[in-house]
Design a protein around this ligand. Structure first.
Ligand code: ATP
Ligand code: MG
Ligand code: MG
Ligand code: MG
Length: 474
């Protein structure tokens, strides 16, 4: 089943079950300075869940465009390294606003996977939150779920909260065991292992409590449901692939890269990784620009810049010596415009932004890479084993190298890198420039962070990270 069909089938299935199809919202959350990007289907419904906003429906279904790069959910580092993570992906979700609860959420999810998509129940596993006996009992009643497949897991994976206070509740996740060949191969590999074998498909969030300032949890008068399932993961599973990037959703983009580079996907590891990263980052670039994000040196724009520059650097690994991102984003628009027609309106802007950023970065990329190569060669001759933070900062400051690029190259060349030294150097420079700007008044962004901090929401981000994030309470 093709990715496009799965998306339609999902929307139709829930529409048939009295859900209203709601359009995906923008990747830039509306009126929510606390969140960098829309990173889940529930984001556009936050105020509805909080009871601050009313809609004329109590059940909704969406295919939501999401970005997880920066902030609490940051998968940028995973792209190129796991088979299941993207920076940009589509989340299929069904929602109940005080209407149905656990029993129906479980029934719908199971029915959709095993009847509509015909995934074999023998391969499925379910996780629930530690003490959620209600969910345990409901899953036990699902006849074709084999015995022994319900696993209790802790707060990190199976408890969801909107923020330090507010709606929260246990989750239940459905995973598929893809077999030893899909994962780390360890005989101890089991659900919860970090490899790709037990693939998490669908998260069902049972919004059940309200957490107050002092941490007490009181039951919500009308519990709600929020679910999310990654379209790319389901597509790969249904197409018999162990890697999302091998699904038809990525194929046209990868094909374009094969044509541009003259290299074949699926033969050499380093080529595969480069093509996957570029394909992912081209999707993120296309959708972010279409939602009005432009490359810059802070906030959302800096995340986009990091993504674009990382893609350009991976282009070097494919031997792409001329600008190529415009061509790849073109393939993204061609592949996705049916489902997301708004992309067509952004084509002119996209071309301009992509070319401009790529040309700018290419001017310094070569030189920076040369210096980094030299540095690593020297390290291999000497006793140093870690690229020092000051040097990484120099690459950033002089050549516009986002940290991710140095990290990728260090991992490729099997040398260490001093991230905290880099962050410290970055911080020192920021303090210096802040001091020299004294008297200019507090910038808008800092003001936002400050007022949130005063409300007791804390940011874990300092230095470099604060360039890419404000405060997360998602
Ligand atoms: P994982 O543990 O695999 O990182 P998650 O627990 O962070 O996933 P959730 O926040 O539960 O993910 O999101 C709901 C669903 O969205 C996941 O079950 C998965 O199918 C999908 N998903 C999450 N992150 C990504 C991503 N970076 N790329 C593709 N799909 C994703
Ligand atoms: Mg995750
Ligand atoms: Mg998870
Ligand atoms: Mg999850």
């Amino acid at each position: 089943m093709k990715g496009n069909e799965i998306r339609s089938k999902f929307l139709e299935y829930f529409e048939k079950n009295a859900h209203t199809i709601v359009e995906s919202s923008s990747l830039v959350p509306k009126d929510d300075p606390t969140l960098l990007f829309t990173n889940a289907g529930m984001v556009q419904f936050k105020t509805v869940f909080m009871g601050e906003d009313k809609r004329d429906y109590v059940r909704a279904v969406t295919s939501q465009r999401c970005v997880r790069a920066g902030g609490k959910h940051n998968d940028l580092e995973n792209v190129g390294y796991t088979a299941r993570h993207h920076t940009f992906f589509e989340m299929l979700g069904n929602f109940s606003f005080g209407n149905y609860f656990k029993e129906d959420a479980i029934r719908f999810a199971w029915d959709f996977l095993t009847v509509e998509l015909k995934i074999r129940p023998e391969n499925l596993w379910v996780s629930i939150f530690d003490d959620d006996d209600e969910a345990y009992a409901l899953w036990e009643k699902v006849e074709d779920l084999p015995k022994g497949r319900i696993v209790r897991m802790g707060e990190k994976d199976n408890f969801w909260a909107m923020g330090d206070t507010g709606p929260c509740g246990p989750c239940s996740e459905i995973h598929i065991d893809q077999g030893a060949a899909a994962g780390c191969g360890s005989p101890d590999c089991k659900l919860g292992c970090d490899c790709d074998r037990f693939l998490e498909l669908w998260n069902l969030v049972f919004m059940q409590f309200n957490r107050s300032e002092d941490g007490t949890m009181t039951p919500l008068p009308k519990p709600s449901i929020d679910t999310g399932m990654g379209l790319e993961r389901v597509a790969a599973v249904l197409q018999g692939k162990y890697n999302n990037y091998d699904s038809d959703l990525f194929l046209p983009i990868i094909k374009r890269l094969e044509k541009l580079s003259g290299k074949t996907y699926g033969e050499i590891d380093s080529v595969n990784v480069a093509m996957r990263v570029i394909a992912d980052h081209a999707r993120a670039t296309t959708f972010l620009v279409a939602d009005g994000v432009l490359p810059s040196n802070e906030g959302r724009g800096y995340v986009l810049r990091r993504i674009m520059r990382r893609a350009v650097r991976y282009g070097k690994n494919l031997g792409l010596d001329k600008p190529f991102m415009e061509d790849v984003t073109d393939a993204v628009v061609a592949a996705m415009a049916d489902a997301y027609p708004h992309l067509l309106g952004a084509v002119t802007l996209l071309k301009k932004v992509v070319n401009n950023e790529e040309e700018r970065f290419r001017e310094t990329l070569e030189h920076g890479l040369l210096l980094l190569d030299e540095k690593i060669a020297q390290m291999k001759d000497g006793t140093e084993t870690v690229i020092d933070g000051e040097f990484i900062f120099k690459l950033y400051d002089t050549f516009g190298f986002p940290f991710d690029i140095v990290r990728d190259i260090a991992l490729e060349k099997k040398v260490g890198f001093d991230e905290s030294g880099f962050l410290a150097a970055m911080d020192a420079q920021r303090s210096k420039s802040r001091a020299s700007r004294k008297g200019e008044g507090v910038r808008l962004k800092d003001e936002g962070v400050k007022s949130l901090a005063e409300k007791g929401l804390k940011s874990e981000f300092t230095g470099y990270n604060s360039l890419t994030e404000t405060v997360t309470v998602d």
